[in-house]
Design a protein around this ligand. Structure first.
Ligand code: A3P
Ligand code: MG
Ligand code: MG
Length: 358
């Protein structure tokens, strides 16, 4: 079922939670002379005090989503809301981040990167929270300077494409492409949409998704008004374009499809990090551009794996509020392993959440 937005929240420059859309930004690309190429330097601000980087050693797990869930707990209980206006419905089968669903959904075509998901169950809801694999931890800690710079490029691009969320009735002010030197890139800041969806009629899901920006004119409602921003290297051979649709487009599609985001705007850059062109992709068109992967396989796989997790959560010794299960995808062997863990090490439901929920 097409996801509907049931909530939103923001994380500010210090990564503090706000139950509002204060961090939402608007799509507002720089002005450009007709028929001329863009000249957006994604290196701008790197290695300067205008780059504030989120501390990747801090593992937030599912905390912000749990926080949102507590604030909206009454809306999941039909009985509690007499007017019935704000009702979301019964508690979901699964509560997690969109990124977890993206990873699980792309597994049939993922032969390089494994993943690990911790699982706990409380009342009738299964909570899933990703655990960093040893491989990705080592990759993160041993990132080369070039890799760090290229990671910055993507977030700097977001700065070029967005103005601040305008007050109602006020258009955002596009930045001049050369005079954006005051732009601060702070990767702590985030606007998140909370979505509710149902998969194959049998799994109800509530998940949070970081949204890059929204359409400046309110002609459609979220998530139809949201736009995903991406960067990619310009194609200099047909083979590069084929590979783009073969590999990268799968992740782009899965990520935006799950959040119901209809449009992906890509800044095409060269090897020096200069964006010269913008190009719009329609999320729903991406699957038809290649035979290397297909949407149906992804969705059936996601349905099956969620069913598998549900069954594991019903047995004796199953995960609960004090006990955790671990689902691991080994990409080299292409197998999924499930374990009930005895240690509390990976329990991620915090005491403040359990206290309110029990
Ligand atoms: P690109 O994807 O354009 O390279 P998203 O597109 O998901 O909104 O992410 C925005 C940007 O954050 C990415 O831009 C990239 O620069 C950075 N990013 C995404 N995933 C990341 C990760 N796992 N680790 C570090 N940076 C990441
Ligand atoms: Mg994003
Ligand atoms: Mg993006």
């Amino acid at each position: 079922r097409k996801p509907t937005e049931v909530g939103r929240f923001s994380l500010d420059g210090n990564r503090k939670f706000h139950h509002d859309r204060s961090e939402m930004t608007c799509f507002c690309p720089p002005v450009r002379e007709k028929a001329l190429l863009y000249n957006l330097d994604l290196n701008d601000g790197y290695n300067s005090n205008r780059y504030i980087k989120r501390d990747e050693n801090v593992k937030e797990k599912l905390d912000h989503m749990l926080h949102w869930f507590l604030l909206n707990k009454n809306r999941f209980d039909v009985k509690n809301d007499e007017k019935g206006e704000n009702v979301i419905g019964s508690s979901p089968d699964f509560l997690l981040w969109r990124g977890h669903l993206t990873k699980m959904m792309c597994t049939p075509f993922e032969k390089r990167e494994g993943w690990k998901m911790a699982i706990q169950k409380l009342n009738n809801t299964i909570y899933i929270s990703e655990v960093e694999t040893e491989e990705s931890r080592l990759r993160r800690l041993n990132r080369t300077d070039r890799e760090s710079l290229m990671t910055y490029w993507g977030t700097r691009f977001e700065g070029y494409m967005t103005g601040n969320f305008p007050k109602p009735g006020h258009a955002p002010k596009p930045m001049d492409q050369t005079s954006s030197k005051e732009t601060i890139t702070n990767t702590n800041r985030a606007f998140c949409s909370v979505l509710r969806s149902r998969l194959h009629g049998r799994h109800s899901l509530v998940y949070g998704a970081e949204v890059d920006c929204c359409h400046p004119v309110d002609v459609v409602t979220p998530p139809d008004s949201y736009i995903e921003l991406k960067t990619s290297r310009i194609f200099t051979s047909p083979r590069q374009e084929t590979n783009f649709y073969k590999f990268k487009a799968l992740k782009w599609w899965a990520q935006s499809f799950l959040a119901g985001v209809p449009q992906i705007t890509c800044g095409f850059r060269n090897d020096s990090g200069i964006v010269t062109e913008l190009c719009d992709f329609k999320t729903l068109d991406l699957p038809s551009k290649t035979y290397a992967w297909d949407a149906h396989t992804c969705l059936v796989f996601l349905d099956n794996i969620l069913q598998f997790v549900k069954e594991k959560c019903n047995g004796s010794n199953a995960p609960n509020w004090s006990k955790v299960g671990m689902l691991t995808y080994d990409a080299q062997k292409q197998v999924i392993i499930y374990d009930n863990l005895d240690s509390e090490e990976f329990c991620f439901l915090p005491d403040w959440f359990l206290k309110e929920m029990q």
